[in-house]
Ligand binder design. Structure first.
Ligand code: CTP
Ligand code: CA
Length: 210
């Protein structure tokens, strides 16, 4: 299986970047769980402080969305299952300054351009029988937005994280998710992230063996 995890960092200049609060915990927990089930896991991860000590998990460290896309594109044709757990930055600076930007004046505007949507691009070239899973972090119109992503990115399943739930999302060790499929919705209780990972892997496993 192939999995993306963590944030991406988009360079502004040699010392600064645009990033987000993703820790990679959910993705790494899913990788660990798949490895325990006997899968060989290709884990493409943005910058995190996490480590996996399991020979069945091959970690490729990347920094930016473009680098993550290249690594995923190369590994996708060999994958039976692809899980997009990374919090990919949606935009990157249009120009990366080659020298540190010096402080001048009171305002600074950085022009941003859209990053590649890794899940959507891979969704266009999805192989027959390949099972793909995305994540959605929403604050409003949760299930409508998640369903839209499910179809737009050609996914089999989307794991919806609601930031409205206490104890869920970034910076927590717990998470409360709802898994949406074209014909099914499964809601789970607030749990430790490694238990949530187990629920996600179990449901993928069930669907693959149905
Ligand atoms: N994703 C991706 N590449 C991107 C953006 C998102 O692969 N450039 C993947 C994420 O890993 C996740 C899914 O797409 O599995 C949904 O990500 P999310 O940020 O919720 O959706 P977006 O399509 O970026 O929409 P928005 O941020 O506006 O809600
Ligand atoms: Ca996004």
């Amino acid at each position: 299986m192939l999995l993306t995890a963590g944030p991406t960092y988009e360079a502004i200049d040699p010392v600064r970047f645009i990033g987000n609060h993703s820790t990679g915990k959910m993705g790494f927990a899913i990788a660990e769980r798949f490895a325990q089930c006997g899968a060989t896991v290709q884990l493409v991860s943005g910058p995190t402080c996490l480590d996996i000590d399991n020979p069945a998990v091959i970690v490729t460290a990347v920094t930016s969305a473009d680098q993550m896309y290249e690594a995923v594109k190369e590994r996708a044709p060999a994958a039976d299952i692809i899980v997009y757990a990374a919090a990919v930055a949606d935009y990157k600076p249009k120009v990366v300054a080659d020298k540190k930007i010096k402080k001048e004046g009171n305002d600074l505007t950085i022009e941003l351009v859209k990053n590649v949507d890794i899940a959507a691009e891979l969704g266009k070239v999805k192989l027959p029988g390949q099972f793909s899973v995305g994540f959605a972090l929403e604050t409003h119109n949760e299930s409508t937005n998640a369903r839209e992503k499910l179809s737009k990115k050609n996914l089999n399943m989307i794991v919806l994280n609601s930031l409205n739930d206490k104890g869920a999302g970034f910076k927590h060790d717990t998470n409360k998710v709802t898994i949406i499929e074209p014909d099914a919705v499964t809601a789970f209780e607030l749990k430790q992230k490694n238990e949530v990972a187990q629920d996600i892997v179990n449901l993928i496993w069930e669907r693959l063996h149905a």
